[in-house]
Design a protein around this ligand. Sequence first.
Ligand code: NAP
Length: 248
Amino acid sequence: MRLEGKRALVTGSSQGIGAAIAKLFAKEGAHVVLNHRPSNPHSDAVVKSIERAGGTATLVHSDVSDPSSVSKMFTAIRRDLGGLDVLVNAAGLSDSRIWNAPLSKITPDMWRKVFAVDAFGTFLCTQGAARLMKRGSIVNVASTPAIAGDSEGLLYASAKGAVLSMTRMLAKVLAPRIRVNCMAFGSIETTWVDWLDKKQLDAYRAAIPLRRFGKPEEAASLALFLASEESSFITGQVVVLDGGEVSR
Ligand SMILES: NC(=O)c1ccc[n+]([C@@H]2O[C@H](COP(=O)([O-])OP(=O)(O)OC[C@H]3O[C@@H](n4cnc5c(N)ncnc54)[C@H](OP(=O)(O)O)[C@@H]3O)[C@@H](O)[C@H]2O)c1
């Protein structure tokens, strides 16, 4: 097992990509700390699914954009697990309004909310994790428009651009103790597909050389590689997982 005995926090793991990462990490021997916002009515379905499969997991509610909530989460992790080996910053905020907002419609409040979760949340959790890790791996989450540009998703991709910069900076700041890498996803099939009609989905697929969306499990496989010792000489990198949509 590739994460045997490791303690891994996966933020934003109530559904989608974060949940797939949490399940795979648990299958590979990690004790997984799941996280999502306290205000949301998600049950502990992912914890139960991990336990049914023979793994171990705990759920710590925390809003990653709130410093005091994040501080309480890391206090709980220190108390219950004594430290941390892996952090995946998967929590992200997007919806069709945020994704589709053109330059003229982005309000200060929208800008602050998205940056608060994606950029500030990644920063806060990294700060908390770095205090708890002796040695470890941090895996961030960005998206391909932050690398290649796009006519849609201006606000969302701008926040992910901050995550890319933090990855490169923190890899140097935290070396040699902690490796920091980033996954840049193209279209991975999660809740956002419900925002679009069939014609729009077909157009999105047609732009992808592999002619399909990625699966959360494929994103989880990349997270596992970056979290585990298999990537022990890789830090400060952005790895694209997008079916060939973006060339660099
Ligand atoms: N799906 C894609 O095609 C794609 C492409 C590029 C990048 N990404 C990135 O990959 C990550 C996962 O994407 P996804 O599609 O699986 O997203 P998703 O289905 O919308 O899930 C987002 C997760 O983040 C949590 N979350 C949101 N705000 C939070 C906060 N303030 N504190 C703690 N948790 C919070 C949500 O839980 P609650 O709502 O319960 O708090 C949920 O578990 C995100 O960072 C996203 O931006 C996704």
